[in-house]
Write a protein that binds this ligand. Structure first.
Ligand code: NAD
Length: 349
């Protein structure tokens, strides 16, 4: 699992005017990452997404924003021109409703990472970050809501989530071999559900925390105090707040011990979906009547992040309490809902 025999040479210090490339930046996590690096004082950030610019959640002032389809090799080369660090977060993805229904689309994201890692290597980039997922883990270990937290070695023997999870696993392999064979320092984080402001909250690709916040805002607005929940509500997950996620990406990408070594990046605060609903109800100050859609997509029965490895290497792990992150997220979604109701444009992914 650990960075192998290849000698790790020390990089020159990263300068504030070195080019940082961030893909998928019209989306949730990469948009927040561009904001994070901009706030840290980096002056040459190139943000790329295939979505038209008016659909981006965040357009950070001073950041170069390009609209390019990165499943095409030439566009990846253009994206990586002058790159010192590359953060590849572009992927066709969504919540369970999306990834169970559009497996081909999810698998096709393999084109993005294949071309991006090659382009980054050719451009002479020093570091390459890849956003993998907990969906890469063996699904047979996630059949019970009281699941044991997943540690990095649980991805093998492989039985990833169909479509999306296998694409992540193969892309991880690309990253690992680009280090072993070609010397590109690659970094791989397996994200566990990320939530927070400036992400998808409607339209079919949203994940559980955003969907629940939106449904509660809607129920209050329509004065119809009911909520439908996908599955029986007993499925368990952990949820990482976006601020922890972007900080974690930075820490992982600048830790040579983690070269070509997948690491969990997630919260270890596991809750059931029912508990998640109760938390948002408390924030919103309502109590809703629940109905359960047992035929809706619901993914594995239980999943949590074992943070032993990240704690050991970085002496850090995501720590924002779910209650705190959810309150911030609920407020943002409520605001977006109000803006849309006034007929103004909001990004919905
Ligand atoms: P997102 O959908 O908000 O952002 C992904 C962006 O990639 C989108 O804006 C999309 O337009 C863009 N994209 C897709 N195909 C592209 C292409 N061919 N060329 C250029 N851009 C393209 O998703 P997110 O939640 O921000 O996820 C970012 C990354 O993190 C993804 O790789 C995802 O698989 C991974 N991840 C996310 C979570 C989570 O909970 N959000 C969990 C595990 C892994």
């Amino acid at each position: 699992m650990h960075a192998a025999q290849r000698t790790v040479e020390k990089d020159p210090p990263l300068r504030k005017d070195d080019w940082i490339i961030i893909t998928g930046a019209g989306g949730f996590i990469a948009g927040n990452l561009a904001l994070y690096f901009s706030r840290k004082g980096f002056t040459r950030i190139r943000a790329i997404d295939k979505k038209p610019l008016y659909e981006w959640y965040l357009r950070v002032p001073g950041v170069q924003c390009l609209c390019l389809d990165l499943s095409l090799e030439d566009n990846c080369r253009r994206a990586c021109e002058g790159a010192v660090e590359v953060y590849n977060l572009a992927a066709d993805m969504g919540g369970m409703g999306f990834i169970e229904r559009f497996r081909v689309e999810c698998l096709r994201s393999i084109l993005i990472n294949t071309h991006m890692v090659e382009a980054a290597c050719r451009a002479g980039a020093r570091r390459y970050f890849y956003s993998s997922s907990a969906c890469a883990y063996n699904t047979s270990l996630q059949q019970d809501p009281n699941v044991r937290a997943l540690k990095e070695s649980d991805a093998y023997p492989a039985m990833a989530e169909r479509g999306y999870g296998w694409e992540k696993l193969i892309s991880e392999q690309f990253c690992q071999e680009y280090w072993h064979e070609r010397g590109l320092k690659t970094f791989i984080a397996r994200f566990h559900n990320v939530y927070g402001p400036h992400g998808t909250w409607d339209g079919g690709r949203e994940k559980a925390p955003a969907a629940i916040c939106r449904k509660i805002v809607e129920a209050i607005d329509h004065n119809d105090l009911r909520i439908d929940i996908w599955g029986n509500g007993e499925q368990t997950r952990s949820f990482m707040f976006i601020d922890d996620c972007v900080q974690g990406i930075d820490k992982i990408t600048h830790c040579d011990r983690l070269i070509a070594t997948p690491v969990n990046l997630g919260s270890s605060e596991m809750v059931s979906i029912n508990t998640l609903v109760s938390k948002v109800e408390r924030i919103a100050g309502v109590k809703l009547q629940r109905t359960y859609d047992l035929h809706a997509p619901q993914g594995v029965a239980g999943r949590n992040s074992d943070n032993t490895f990240i704690r050991q290497v970085l002496r850090w792990e995501p720590r924002t309490p779910l209650d705190k992150g959810l309150a911030i997220t609920y407020r943002w979604i409520k605001q977006q809902y109000a803006i849309r109701k006034q007929g103004r444009r909001v990004g919905i992914g």
